[in-house]
Ligand binder design. Structure first.
Ligand code: AMP
Length: 445
């Protein structure tokens, strides 16, 4: 199948050609015709499958087919994403694919000044790509009207719910006109996602291009068991040995990301950290430097790295395993995108064996284990509990299981009243406190 078989107009085909895409990806092959038929869609797609073009292209086509009246543009398509980085990326894609069409789009997210966003909307836009908090801020200031939205996309819906955005999503839904086309994309399907889909979607077509909770097949996954204190040396060894040029490294905590990045710089490995405590300007700069190849290593926490799309990113390293197994799938989905090969390396110490078991259960596969010479595990080192903030506590404990259970019970993902759980600390800093405590996310990013 080719893109022209899908019935896209010349302006879109030319833009696709400029991108060098030769054929639609499986999600595009399935989603584009259904969306063009004006049906609602519930899509399960792995990260990196080309899902953004899967919904952007047919929306642009439909906007093109269904000409609006003369006068200033109004918001006809709304795309909601969980993070600023993803909003920025989807916004770029909309511009790229729509470059030969006359539609105006704008990106709306927190952490940066609201006035330029308000001004852009005032001039008139057809497509808004937004994170929920800032969108609601603009609406509450009468700067944005969703009353004539024809297309509503909820991207990475599972992450939205993880980050505690359900109340904001409901508020947005209440402002949309009853008659509209809805598209819901999610990498994983929980009962909560199914409930949301039931509420949002009208007789949807179900598309699934990969089995649920599987990890990308083009990513080669490997685990290196290593002692807790030797992870940094092993990472440096791996980067230097094979002369890795572009590595995205995940840590569990913001503090851990800062520290590791500083240490790598001391060893002449250029690096920056990206997490929710950094200003939006610093986040944007770190990502741009990494994409441009000015720095070798970007050390990131989960929320900040969500949605990052780096062309041909060859290596992802889990310096620490995530405490939520689904995050592993998202992390390694940063490489091996759009059918290209990638490598995901996890450095696993004795404290993280339960996390590894949880991940292997989720992806339904045993990850290859390779011991690196010179970094063999010292069996006398005992597991230590990982604190709620994601760090290893300095004290050894023989009663590891009970400590870990205790941690899990207290895990801040489930502790709604914990002020650390402020999803918008990472996305939309200007929201009110009452909404800040509704999040389920760890808020650690
Ligand atoms: P996404 O899953 O939307 O984040 O897309 C992942 C990557 O795949 C992006 O870098 C896109 O530019 C790229 N991509 C999207 N569609 C295609 C296609 N049909 N052929 C090749 N690359 C694509």
């Amino acid at each position: 199948m080719t893109f022209s078989d899908l019935g896209l107009c010349k302006e879109l085909l030319d833009a696709i050609k400029d991108q060098g895409y030769t054929k639609p990806s499986p999600i595009q092959e399935q989603a584009i015709p259904i969306i063009l038929e004006k049906k609602d869609v519930l899509a399960g797609a792995q990260t990196g499958t080309g899902k953004t073009a899967g919904f952007t292209l047919p929306i642009l086509q439909r906007l093109h087919d269904k000409k609006r009246g003369t006068g200033k543009p109004h918001v006809r398509a709304l795309i909601l994403t969980p993070t600023r980085e993803l909003a920025a990326q989807v916004g770029e894609n909309v511009k790229t694919y729509g470059k030969y069409l006359p539609f105006k789009s704008t990106i709306v997210f927190g952490g940066v000044g609201i006035n330029p966003q308000r001004a852009a909307i005032r001039k008139g836009v057809d497509i808004v790509i937004a994170t929920p908090g800032r969108l609601l801020d603009l609406i509450s200031q009468d700067s944005l009207d969703l009353g004539r939205v024809e297309f509503f996309v909820l991207d990475e819906a599972d992450r939205m719910l993880d980050m505690g955005f359900i109340h904001d999503i409901k508020k947005v839904l209440a402002l949309l006109p009853a008659h509209r086309q809805n598209l819901l994309f999610s990498a994983t399907f929980s009962d909560d996602i199914k409930k949301l889909a039931d509420k949002l979607l009208n007789n949807p077509e179900l598309i699934e291009v990969a089995r649920r909770n599987t990890s990308s097949e083009t990513v080669e996954q490997v685990v290196h068991h290593v002692d807790r204190e030797r992870k940094r040396d092993l990472l440096i060894h791996l980067i230097k040995k094979d002369n890795w040029k572009q590595v995205l490294v995940f840590t569990r905590t913001k503090h851990g990301a800062n520290r590791l990045s500083e240490q790598l710089n001391k060893f002449d490995i250029s690096s920056s950290a990206i997490h929710g405590n950094k200003s939006q300007g610093a986040r944007t700069k770190a990502l741009a430097d990494f994409k441009a190849g000015n720095i070798k290593v970007l050390v990131a926490t989960d929320i900040a790295a969500r949605g990052i799309d780096i062309d041909q990113l060859p290596h992802v390293v889990n310096f620490e395993l995530p405490n939520v197994a689904e995050d592993y799938v998202h992390r390694i989905g940063r490489t091996g995108r759009a059918g290209r090969e990638g490598e995901a390396v996890s450095l696993v110490c004795v404290d993280e064996h339960d996390y590894l078991k949880g991940i292997e259960k989720l992806i339904n596969k045993q990850i290859k284990k390779v011991i690196i010479e010179g970094f063999e595990v010292n069996p006398s080192i005992k597991a230590e509990p990982i604190t709620r903030s994601g760090q290893n506590r300095g004290n050894s404990s023989n009663n590891t299981n009970s400590s870990r259970n205790n941690r899990n019970k207290n895990d801040s993902r489930t502790s709604k009243n914990n002020p650390r759980n402020n999803p918008r600390a990472n996305t939309n800093s200007s929201r009110s406190n009452s909404r800040k405590t509704q999040g389920k996310s760890s808020g650690r990013a």
